[in-house]
Design a protein around this ligand. Sequence first.
Ligand SMILES: Cc1cc2nc3c(=O)[nH]c(=O)nc-3n(C[C@H](O)[C@H](O)[C@H](O)COP(=O)(O)O)c2cc1C
Length: 146
Amino acid sequence: MLVIYESMGGNTKRAAELIGGASTFLGAETTVCSVTSVDLHALAEADLVFVGSWTDGLFLFGQRPGRVGRFKKLPWLDGKHVSVFCTYALKAGGTVGGLSKVLSRKGAVVVGGQAIKRTELDAEHIGQFVADQFEAFVQQAATTAA
Ligand SMILES: Cc1cc2nc3c(=O)[nH]c(=O)nc-3n(C[C@H](O)[C@H](O)[C@H](O)COP(=O)(O)O)c2cc1C
């Protein structure tokens, strides 16, 4: 498992670390890295990749993934199963959808995603998200194999 994050103020980094912790707890070998220094070996090995950003916008409208250009520079994702997340303050709008689109264009198979409020960056909320995404991944992988 790999977690890739973009963070300006630390919230999304914290979300990524909590996702990594939950993933380790569920028994997966896990690496967490910034979008600007992706561990390519871990990327090649990962069955599921969590990718997350912060929400940029005008707070009530125009939301998009923060520094989305950094995600466009990721290597080709070649059928990797990806789960998308973002952190936000008031309204995440189309941030998860926008990031999903960017990653799909890179060849990723998006399993699911969630916007996480910055006041809910705790093990309980994030553990539930990670468990749900693991389940969605297993179901999707089974469908693809069938
Ligand atoms: C320039 C800027 C624009 C933002 N626009 C929005 C917004 O439109 N909606 C929202 O809910 N949060 C918005 N936020 C809040 C951040 O998305 C939120 O605090 C996030 O958790 C920051 O993550 P980080 O600490 O990893 O950078 C904005 C923050 C910044 C710096």
